[in-house]
Structures are given as structure tokens and as C-alpha cells.
Ligand binder design. Structure first.
Ligand code: TEU
Length: 516
């Protein structure tokens, strides 16, 4: 069925600098990803079993924001390889039934992109209006908008270009000038970038900063109250939805492609608007799990609100970690991270796994002399830990970021044959999900549970599963109100069944049970 692959599939995010280096320069590359595809899905229970990957940007880039500053949307940065390497990666992924999303960065380009080089060359250059230029106000920036990077220093979102005496807008680094999304030529140029990759065979896009794009045409100051939270005039304008509808039409020129939008709305009521009338992008990311403290009530509240708000055509998604945030295993600790994984992979909605999450990789403390990111995100981007060889099998050269100190112990090879490992847990869980219509696409219903326990039922014709997650450091009891057979527990090899459907949960234990 059209659309079922992204509704029923499990997604995996690859940060290409950190997955696998194939040429010894210390930076991961596309050929490296191809080499490691069997880890993701080789068609047997030995592999993780995921269905789709999202690869963070690999386009030509001066790397001020490690690829989120694109200087050519249609070519691969030499650090990562060539278009030929990309085609091979795509072919090898598809051969294994793995779909591929590429990361589209349409809010801004690099200041080295030929469009911006032209745009800044003179006030009457034909590309001047492809970016947002404005005259100084009282000798300073045109308004009070702030950049995302350097928020603590209250850095302006504007930089003066002395050559032409005007300021240009950049929501992120000064080396990432924002495109002018009021300009129809810009819209058409990005449509064509999408078609370039769709023609090459990609299955879709993850779209960066998809909530911002269009900014107030009059460049009005943001009200002070909004300065810290949601800026009113340069964030989530209604016109953004018009662009998402346009992108959906481009996707629909092709067969069964999709896009997931990076939308940082805190309020789910705002987030739900990005589903439109089933005429916008297929899903906005729901980042709310990333912001929750370890509390059953808080996670339950997010899920319940989301389930209540979603129109029938909308399909949810959930994420525990990504390249911008502290890893789940660091936020919660190893035992709880396993409970979180059980939740992620049994909820109704597409799960996104961040590379290394399946082996419990944690944030690494980066010594000051090795910090390379502009916004403190190196710790969650360290190289993937494959085995106990030098640099954990990631590279024969000096890795661009330090390897985790525990990499010799925490790695794929060490966990592969250990049935109690986190990797084995993920593999079993993903296989269970794939094998069960109830877990893949069934309905969701919260169950009554004691304080500190989040319990729910997933149900489809011919199958019913109960999930009980103990978020507390005390023993708790969960009841499914019907005979239940334990299928999986986050604790070691626990087995058993319960005639009355009641299970005693150890502290921070989660269970998955098949219900009659
Ligand atoms: O992030 C956009 C975003 O919403 C940021 O506020 C994010 O929270 C920030 O990274 C925190 O430090 C996207 C990408 O995911 C990020 O990696 C890029 O740096 C950013 O866009 C600019 O392209």
C-alpha cells in the first residue's frame, strides 16, 4: 500500500561524519555507510532490521555547521565521496529493502554558495533578492531578531556587509545566510533541487528548519515577551504551510515518496497544523520526548495529547535522540534508556533511532582543544563504536572527534552474540514490531496504572499487546485486565505468563505482553 513503508517502518538517523570512515582521513563517508548497511538490515535476525535511513547532509559545504551550510545542493562534498558513491549507496540500500531520506536544507545556504556570492556582489545583482537584505536602523541591525547560535550572547540574526552597506539575515551562523522565501525564483530553485534527488531515486527528505523559512516581510521587531520563546515574526508564519503544500506536490509527482519536517514547535497544537489536510509534508518531527524528564506522567501526557490532536489521516512519530541533543542513554542512564526504547518501539507512530542508540552510546565529554562545533553538540556526535580494534573500527586515521572512552567495551561486536545486550533487545523488539500488525499499525489506548507507571494497549485485528513501563525506582504492579503472556522485558531473561494479567515490575522495568 502507498505510504505504508514510512508508517510501518523503523527509521535510523546516520550522521555521516561519524558512521564509518572508508579512506582513513578520520571522517566518515558514503562508502563507509555502504559498507555498514548489513548492520542495519541484512535480511536476517543478526542485523538491526530497520527499514529506512535518514542521512544528515553530505553536500558540498565549507563545514562551518558540518554540512548544514550547503554550497552546492547537487554535489557531494569530497570529504564524503562522489555522486557515484551516493548512487552505489542508494542501490545497495534498496537491494536490502532500506529506503533512503536525504537531508534538505532550504532555510539557508552557505555564504560560499554561488547564489549568495552573486547576491552580495551588488545591490542590483539579479540574485540580490534571493536573500534577505535590509538597510541599517539607527546605525545598527534592521531589527531585534536573534540568531539561534549564540543565543546566550543575544547575538543578532543580522550581519553587515560593508561592500554594499546593507545587513543580511541569518538565523544561524553569519556563514549561513537565510534565503528569501517570498521570492518565487527561490521556491522554484529548491523544487528543482528536490527533483534532482528524487530523479536519482531517493525515497524522500528530512527537511531542516522547515518551520522557519518565511519571515515577516515588514521585518517587524519581535515583541520582547517572545524573544526567549517563540519569536513571532521570523518563526512559524502561516505562509510556511503554503511552501509545505508546494513541496508535497513535488513529492507527489513521484511514486510513494515522503518527507519529514523538522519543526521545533513546543506546543503540539501548533505541531499538528503541519499535517494540513493531508496536503502538507507527511510528518513533522515530534521532538517532545527530547524535552521530558524521566516521568511516566509526562510521557503519557505527550502521547495522549498527540493521539487526541491528530486528525485521522495523520500518522505520529517519535524520537529520543538526534545530532542536536544529548543522547537518551546520557539523559536517562542505561537501565532507563532500555525502558525508553521499549516505549519508542511499541507506541503508535514511526520511531526514529539515532545511530549508536542501539548499543547505548552516551555523550562524550570533549576536551576543550578538540571542540569543533559552534553550539556544543560534539558530545552526541562521536564516532560509531563497531568493535574493539583501534578507534572501535570507525577509522584507521585520527577520528575527527574523540572516540568514547568506553568504546572498546561498548560496541556492536561485543553485543552481537550477547542475548542480554541492548543491541539484542533492539533487534528482538524491531522484529516483534514488524511481525505484529497491532504494534506496527494498531490502535493505541492508555491503561489505568499506578503512579509512576505508563501502561497502554496496542490492538489490531487478530492481535493485542500490552505495554507496562515502570518509571520509578520502586517495584510496581501493572495490570492488563486479561490473561497475558510475557513476550519481552527490559530486565534479563524474564519469562512467564499471568492468568490475571498482572505483572510485578522491578524498578525501571518495562514489559511487553501478548494479551488474549
Ligand atoms: O536545527 C535547527 C534547530 O531547531 C536548532 O535550534 C537546534 O535546536 C540547534 O541545533 C541546537 O543547537 C537544524 C539542524 O538539526 C542543526 O544541526 C543545524 O545546525 C541547524 O538546523 C542549522 O541548519
Amino acid at each position: 500500500m502507498r505510504g505504508s513503508w514510512w508508517r510501518e517502518g523503523v527509521f535510523y538517523q546516520i550522521y555521516p561524519r561519524s558512521f564509518q570512515d572508508s579512506n582513513g582521513d578520520g571522517v566518515g563517508d558514503l562508502a563507509g555507510i555502504t559498507r555498514r548497511l548489513d548492520h542495519l538490515n541484512d535480511g536476517t535476525p543478526a542485523s538491526l532490521g530497520i527499514d529506512a535511513i535518514w542521512i544528515s547532509p553530505f553536500y558540498r559545504s565549507p563545514m562551518k555547521d558540518f554540512g548544514y551550510d550547503v554550497s552546492d545542493y547537487r554535489d557531494i562534498d569530497p570529504t564524503f565521496g562522489t555522486l557515484g558513491d551516493f548512487d552505489r549507496l542508494l542501490e545497495e540500500a534498496h537491494r536490502r529493502g532500506i529506503r533512503v531520506l536525504v537531508d534538505l536544507v532550504p532555510n539557508h545556504t552557505s555564504d560560499q554558495h554561488p547564489w549568495f556570492v552573486e547576491s552580495r556582489s551588488s545591490r542590483d545583482n539579479p540574485k540580490r533578492n534571493w536573500y534577505v537584505w535590509a538597510d541599517p536602523r539607527r546605525g545598527g541591525p534592521p531589527n531585534n531578531w536573534r540568531a539561534v547560535f549564540g543565543a546566550r550572547e543575544k547575538r543578532s540574526a543580522w550581519t553587515l556587509d560593508p561592500a554594499t552597506g546593507q545587513y543580511y539575515l541569518h538565523h544561524f551562523l553569519p556563514e549561513q545566510p537565510d534565503l528569501n522565501w517570498w521570492n518565487e525564483e527561490v521556491r522554484r530553485a529548491i523544487d528543482d533541487v528536490m527533483r534532482f534527488w528524487l530523479d536519482r531515486g531517493v525515497d524522500g527528505f528530512r527537511i531542516d528548519v522547515a518551520h522557519s523559512l518565511v519571515k515577516d516581510q515588514r521585518l517587524r521587531d519581535n515583541p520582547r515577551l517572545f524573544a526567549k520563546r517563540r519569536p513571532r515574526h521570523n518563526w512559524e508564519l502561516d505562509e510556511v504551510h503554503e511552501i509545505h503544500r508546494r513541496w508535497r506536490r513535488v513529492l507527489d509527482e513521484y511514486d510513494d515518496r515522503m518527507a519529514v519536517a523538522e519543526v521545533s514547535s513546543r506546543k503540539l497544537a501548533n505541531l499538528v497544523r503541519y499535517y494540513g489536510n493531508d496536503d502538507e509534508l507527511q510528518m513533522p518531527f515530534n521532538f517532545n520526548f527530547l524535552r521530558q524528564p524521566w516521568s511516566a506522567e509526562r510521557f503519557r501526557a505527550v502521547v495522549e495529547e498527540w493521539e487526541r490532536l491528530l486528525p485521522h489521516h495523520a500518522w505520529p512519530d517519535y524520537t529520543l535522540s538526534n545530532h542536536d541533543r544529548s543522547r537518551a542513554a546520557s539523559r536517562y542512564g542505561p537501565r532507563r534508556a532500555r525502558v525508553a526504547a521499549l516505549m519508542l518501539l511499541t507506541l503508535r507512530g514511526t520511531p526514529f533511532i539515532y545511530y549508536g542508540e542501539e548499543i547505548g552510546m552516551t555523550d562524550v565529554t570533549i576536551p576543550p582543544e578538540r571542540i569543533v562545533d559552534v553550539d556544543g553538540r560534539d558530545g552526541e556526535r562521536t564516532p560509531m563504536q563497531w568493535d574493539a580494534t583501534p578507534n572501535a573500527g570507525f577509522s584507521t586515521g585520527r577520528p575527527w572527534l574523540p572516540m568514547a572512552p568506553d568504546a572498546q567495551r561498548v560496541n556492536v561486536a561485543a553485543q552481537r552474540d550477547d542475548p542480554g545486550s541492548l543491541f539484542s533487545f533492539y533487534r528482538r523488539l524491531i522484529r516483534l514490531r514488524h511481525g505484529s500488525p497491532a504494534l506496527r499499525s494498531g490502535s493505541y489506548r492508555t491503561l489505568p496504572a499506578p503512579r509512576g507507571v505508563f501502561a497502554y494497549v496496542r490492538e489490531a485485528e487478530g492481535g493485542r499487546y500490552g505495554v507496562g513501563l515502570n518509571f520509578t525506582d520502586r517495584a510496581r504492579r501493572v495490570g492488563f485486565a486479561r490473561p497475558a503472556r510475557l513476550v519481552l522485558s527490559t530486565s534479563t531473561d524474564r519469562e512467564g505468563s499471568a492468568e490475571l494479567g498482572e505483572f510485578d515490575l522491578a524498578p525501571n522495568e518495562g514489559v511487553l505482553a501478548q494479551l488474549s
